[in-house]
Ligand binder design. Sequence first.
Ligand SMILES: [Zn+2]
Length: 81
Amino acid sequence: MTNNDSTGNIINHINKTRLGIIMVKCLNCKRELTKPKKTWTYSQFEVQAYSCECGTNFREYTMDGEHSFTLQLKKGRFVKA
Ligand SMILES: [Zn+2]
């Protein structure tokens, strides 16, 4: 166990475990969103859907507890953020 500091993944994982959530900020207004509107599993991903008061909708995809990518709703379609 000599390479714990090689990436930020360990810290992220601890934060997620302790809080039970991933800290997410709105892509538009940077407001912290602590609760996803909805969560589900898609293939090997865990999906968390967020909806901000400013009207921004996006989905965070994580795999094995690590963030994978983000999709944002734009003009009725989800595109990579
Ligand atoms: Zn917002």
